[in-house]
Design a protein around this ligand. Structure first.
Ligand code: PLP
Length: 354
């Protein structure tokens, strides 16, 4: 079975006939500069502490998050990746009248919402791309809406101003900002700072993408403290391990790593998109503000995906798990220049054979 998520290197390696670490992975949108040296060093230093149970309240990490976002400690809940917190979003939404979901949507949203039998209403991205003014009048405090900003897989970014009408409806507004930290603070459209004014708002963040800690699993939520008390009573007490807590504290404190990523991404994304646009069979779909690009091909890309794996050991993310897009679309992470060049060579070679 093809995987529902990017980054499944074991599946890819079986097709490519190599080991998982030999695959050049464009399918998971991870920062190619991480994990940072500081995180690796911190992990090595604390390795012996795995004997002990982790702190269920993730204290040093919550302290760092509170300092970063200038909010009280009890506004934060750390999770085993944003994916764990999405499960509890599903539970929170289980008794809602309707849960609005913008499509195409990250596949895990459906997993979490259907696990708790949430009544899902789909809204195509095109209907809300310029704002939520037309949708907001339909929302009541009995409803919920789940938004991904910047949006995966398109990279579309909504401004805070565009999201504002939703907050006023009283509906539960969940904003998954898993890729927001790829924007520098001056360009961020995060809603974290308004959380104290809106008890109906949940903001989710991931530390696995920007800091390349996908195997360690780490994310957090920002919302009203009463909500977190409820979620704590639902989840297992040690879902976040002690290595992840230390990695998170170290990563958040590594300003040079953050600044290097912010300086690298916009020109790298621009150059990569321009080179992809020059391949006549491909169209870069939207202007992405994140670290990935959505691409439309003239035909199904599944043979291309297999070719790239077998001939070049490169994995791209097909969009079959996004029903609104399907097999003619694929998504690629922006990686280091030499790696992007390898993919471009593979793409050109494939289309020249046609
Ligand atoms: C939009 C979005 N939200 C959340 C996640 C999950 O992130 P994490 O690795 O922190 O569980 C992903 C992972 O691909 C994602 O694309």
């Amino acid at each position: 079975m093809p995987p529902r998520h990017g980054g499944n290197l074991v599946w890819a390696a079986a097709i490519a006939g190599c080991t998982p670490h030999e695959i050049l992975d464009f399918s998971a949108s991870l920062n190619p500069w991480g994990p940072s040296d500081s995180v690796i060093a911190a992990l090595k230093a604390v390795l012996p502490t795995i004997r002990d149970y982790p702190d269920p309240d993730c204290h040093p990490l919550v302290d760092a998050l509170a300092a970063l976002h200038q909010l009280p400690l009890d506004y934060f809940l750390v999770g085993n990746g944003a994916a764990e917190l999405l499960t509890w979003v599903g539970r929170e939404c289980g008794d809602r009248r309707q849960v609005y979901l913008i499509t195409p949507a990250f596949a895990d949203y459906r997993r979490a919402l259907t696990a708790f039998a949430c009544p899902i209403v789909l809204i195509p991205l095109g209907q809300v791309q310029t704002g939520f003014g037309a949708i907001a009048p339909f929302l009541t405090p009995k409803d919920a809406i789940l938004i991904n900003n910047p949006h995966n897989p398109s990279g579309h970014l909504w401004s805070r101003h565009q999201l504002q009408p939703l907050l006023e409806t009283g509906a539960l507004v969940v904003v998954d900002e898993a890729f927001m930290d790829f924007l520098p603070p001056s360009a961020s459209e995060s809603l974290i700072d308004v959380v104290p004014h809106y008890p109906n708002l949940i903001v989710l963040r991931s530390l696995t993408k920007f800091y390349s800690l996908a195997g360690l699993r780490l994310g957090y939520g920002v919302s009203a403290p009463e909500r977190w008390q409820r979620w704590r009573s639902w989840r297992d007490p040690w879902s976040v391990n002690s290595l992840a807590i230390i990695a998170g504290v170290t990563a958040l404190g590594d300003r040079p790593f953050q600044e290097r990523t912010w300086a690298w991404l916009p020109p790298a994304r621009h150059a990569f998109a321009a080179a992809l646009k020059a391949v006549p069979e491909l169209k870069v779909v939207t202007e992405s503000k994140a670290n990935f690009l959505l691409i439309q091909a003239t035909d199904s890309i599944l043979p291309l995906q297999t070719y790239l794996l077998r001939q070049h050991r490169i994995l791209i993310r097909d969009c079959c798990s996004f029903p609104e897009l399907g097999a003619a679309y694929f998504r690629v992470a922006v990686r280091r220049d030499g790696e992007n060049q390898r993919l471009l060579e593979g793409l050109r070679a494939y289309y020249q054979r046609q």
